[in-house]
Write a protein that binds this ligand. Structure first.
Ligand SMILES: [Mn+2]
Length: 306
């Protein structure tokens, strides 16, 4: 199983480091393809040393379609490129601001081309975790998704509308592919067999303790970055109280310096806030340099928070 993620900007390297550690722990045989940009070379080297299972590819080294003028669809462009770079039955396309806690090996059911996650909130889908079978059909699905998204992005009105209704153009076009504006868990068989799973199971986007049963926690780095790295206030959805309560439940220390462990393992039951803080401290200790309140430009839609 291969994981494919992208990370742009030094500020997000902290999340990437945690994500990589979580993959190492949850998938001892798992491999990771990281497409990166604007991360200092020494940080990439440090992460490569820690993660021999990961392959780091600079964004500039990925061959992209020449007509890739619309940044919003760039994520899907990379995904298409990834099919040619790796060799695996299953590919997990995943945001770097996630923590993988449990094996995803049996996630994709027989006969399904892809798994996407849905929830009951304002936006019916979150594409932070998409599992695709590395098959002709899986590849065709991503190609179709990319084509639809690029077409949508030709119109500023449609971009605005899809962002308002679905949280982003790629989420709107995935809903088209599924053929249901409010998908529920189950298998949707149109042009492709798309398995809709619950966000609570495979892409937990809510602020919940890490003791929750999700296999993947998607803690939404953009929101936490302001709180943890830029010292902005907590929000109603990410409350200090929840973080403090969680912090009392576990000890965030007790690991060997120099090794990157998964913070949730150190602080079992800790909230994602505590986990993020632990990561920041670990990164500083690992001399990757302090993660400072940044002027780093987020240059890709794929790292933007929905
Ligand atoms: Mn994300």
């Amino acid at each position: 199983m291969w994981f494919v993620t992208s990370c742009y900007g030094k500020a997000y390297a902290a999340y990437l480091a945690v994500f990589l550690a979580s993959v190492r722990q949850s998938h001892p045989d798992g491999r990771v393809l990281v497409i990166h940009d604007e991360i200092p070379e020494r940080i990439v080297r440090a992460m490569a040393r820690e993660n021999p299972n990961a392959r780091f590819v600079h964004k500039g080294d990925v061959k992209l379609a020449k007509d890739n003028t619309r940044r919003i669809a760039a994520k899907l462009d990379f995904w298409m490129a990834a099919f040619d770079l790796i060799d695996a039955d299953t590919i997990v396309f995943i945001d770097a601001d996630t923590i993988v806690r449990a094996s995803l090996k049996s996630a994709l059911l027989p006969g399904s081309d892809a798994l996407v996650t849905a929830r009951a909130g304002r936006f019916p889908l979150n594409t932070g975790v998409v599992i695709v079978r590395n098959s002709d059909r899986g590849k065709a699905l991503v190609a179709d998704w990319k084509a639809r998204t690029e077409e949508l992005c030709l119109s500023a009105d449609r971009i605005a509308e899809s962002t308002k209704l679905s949280g982003g153009p790629d989420q709107a076009t995935m809903l088209e592919l599924i053929g249901d504006p409010r998908p529920v868990p189950g298998m949707y068989c149109g042009d492709f067999a798309i398995q809709v799973a619950r966000c609570e199971d495979y892409n937990q986007t809510d602020c919940v303790p890490l003791s929750a049963p999700a296999k993947v926690f998607h803690f939404k780095g953009g929101v936490w970055r302001k709180i943890l790295m830029m010292d902005r206030g907590y929000t109603a959805e990410r409350s200090e109280e929840a973080s403090r309560d969680a912090g009392r439940r576990g000890s965030p220390d007790g690991h060997a310096p120099g090794s990157l462990q998964v913070p949730h393992d150190q602080a079992q039951g800790a909230s994602d806030a505590a986990a993020s803080r632990a990561v920041r401290e670990r990164l500083n200790r690992a001399r990757m340099g302090p993660v400072r309140a940044g002027r780093q430009r987020v240059i890709s839609a794929s790292t933007r928070v929905r």
